[in-house]
Write a protein that binds this ligand. Structure first.
Ligand code: ADP
Ligand code: MG
Length: 233
């Protein structure tokens, strides 16, 4: 599903430059649940943003579902991004003046899906994350864990090939973090390819494979004995 080869990325600020990714190589197969782990500043978000086509590498290769991601014009890039990828962020990134239902149906609106089908689909995904009864509530009326569930439903609504989550539990307490990871495990059990960026060891151990990033290189890439959330809570 994902093939990356010798990715490099630097940031330039005036006369200074910072070499953040220093030759990243890895592949992700369809159906994997992988965490990208590393301390703050190790380049995790930079890597995830490149995988999410929100940013581009300076050099190296990125192939997403057999499509080489390179020099695409913005229109085509946006099309692939919307079709192939779903995003989950630490800060949820919900629209505050829209209900849970409208937040989830938003990506379907941009896909040109008619209102009735949008609502049905959005309800289906809200139900999937356990929030059917909360569909008409605003984000401000939801707990952190519920907000992240809405964001997960929104990410799933357009049925992306890959789900990319950047510190999805970063703003949540421990118990809620495990619950959100358990939901992510369940979505992966149904076949979705998922990448989770985290700096937390116990969160990483709830995925099936940990890619360990340090100072812009992968220092370890190994399968883990997946811990189910129910063991913690
Ligand atoms: P992580 O997500 O692992 O904490 P990041 O990928 O966000 O790491 O950042 C890696 C390094 O690149 C950090 O030193 C950060 O300050 C720097 N950095 C990130 N984004 C930018 C940017 N847009 N411009 C300049 N430097 C950046
Ligand atoms: Mg980050």
């Amino acid at each position: 599903m994902i093939q990356i080869k010798d990715l490099h990325k630097s940031y330039h600020m005036g006369s200074n430059s910072l070499h953040v990714l220093k030759g990243i190589n890895f592949n992700v197969k369809e159906g994997e649940l992988v965490s990208i782990m590393g301390s703050s500043g190790s380049g995790k978000s930079t890597l995830l943003n490149i995988l999410g086509m929100l940013d581009e590498a300076d050099t190296g290769e990125y192939i997403l579902d057999n499509v080489p991601i390179k020099n695409l014009n913005e229109k085509i890039a946006a099309k692939y991004r919307n079709e192939f990828l779903g995003f989950i962020f630490q800060s949820f990134n919900l629209i505050n003046y829209k209900s849970a239902l409208d937040n989830v149906s938003m990506p379907l609106y941009y896909k040109g899906i008619k209102r009735k089908e949008r609502t049905e689909k959005a309800m289906h995904y809200l139900q999937k994350v356990g929030l059917a009864e909360w569909s008409h509530h605003l984000p401000s009326e939801l707990s952190g864990g519920q907000k992240q569930r809405v964001a997960i439903a929104r990410a799933l609504a357009s049925d992306p090939k890959v789900l990319l989550a950047d510190e999805p539990t970063g703003a949540l307490d421990t118990k809620t973090s495990y619950e959100v990871m358990e939901l992510i495990q369940g979505i992966n059990d149904e076949g979705k390819t998922i990448l989770v960026v985290t700096h937390e060891d116990d969160i990483a151990h709830m995925t099936k494979r940990i890619v360990n990033l340090k100072d812009g290189i992968i220092i370890d890439d190994s399968k883990v004995e997946q811990v189910r959330a129910s063991l913690h809570v």
